[in-house]
Design a protein around this ligand. Structure first.
Ligand code: S3P
Length: 193
């Protein structure tokens, strides 16, 4: 008789990483470093780096902030879904997702085969600090109290991000250090199979 498939009723819930990873999808809150880490990880793996927000902007011919302002968040989310579908067809690629894209039922559960999903964790305080020192506007945090908003949003979103195969803490760490750790983990995972 063939061995039973899948975990038994009392087995711990283990998320299986793809046996042959042909793309990496980085998810996490705004300011978690998806683009900065992704760019460096792509270099380590000798793959391409692509950014979901940049893809939306190229397609729409305007910035994320302009789309939010002129057409609203709902329209941005539609464009994001289309961009994600296209990017998730590519191979040998590291994709930085937009912070909100994974936050709908089924998103991370339904990524195409071969996609390794990684949650870059960041605390709300560190996220707000990084965003303040950067140049990319985040319409969702343009409120009187961005830290409070970040705490609320992250509280709502964690249950989606935690569906990723792997997670890594980024607070107090450079993008290069995080990318180096992930590159080594991917390498170890490949050679152990
Ligand atoms: C958003 C995150 C942003 C961008 C948009 C909305 C979100 O991307 O897609 O401002 O809902 O978290 P980053 O996560 O790259 O900042």
């Amino acid at each position: 008789m063939p061995p039973a498939r899948g975990p038994g009723p009392r087995a711990p819930a283990v998320r299986l990483t793809p046996s042959r990873t042909s793309r990496v999808l980085l998810v996490g809150f705004m300011g978690s470093g998806k683009s900065a880490v992704g760019r460096r990880l792509a270099r380590v793996l000798e793959w391409r780096f692509v950014d979901m927000d940049a893809e939306v902007e190229a397609e729409a011919g305007r910035s994320v902030a302009e789309i939010f302002r002129e057409e609203g968040e709902a329209r941005f989310r539609e464009l994001e879904v289309v961009a994600a579908r296209r990017l998730l067809e590519l191979d040998r690629v590291v994709i930085a997702s937009g912070g909100g894209w994974p936050c709908a039922p089924g998103r991370l559960e339904e990524v195409p085969r071969g996609t390794l999903t990684i949650w870059l964790r960041v605390s709300p305080a560190e996220a707000v600090k990084r965003i303040r020192s950067g140049r990319t506007p985040r319409p969702l945090l343009e409120v009187d109290d961005p830290l409070r908003r970040a705490r609320e949003l992250l509280g709502e979103r964690e249950r989606f991000y935690r569906k990723a195969h792997w997670k890594v803490q980024t607070d107090g760490r450079s993008p290069g250090a995080v990318a180096g750790e992930l590159g080594a983990r991917i390498d170890a995972d490949r050679t152990s199979r």
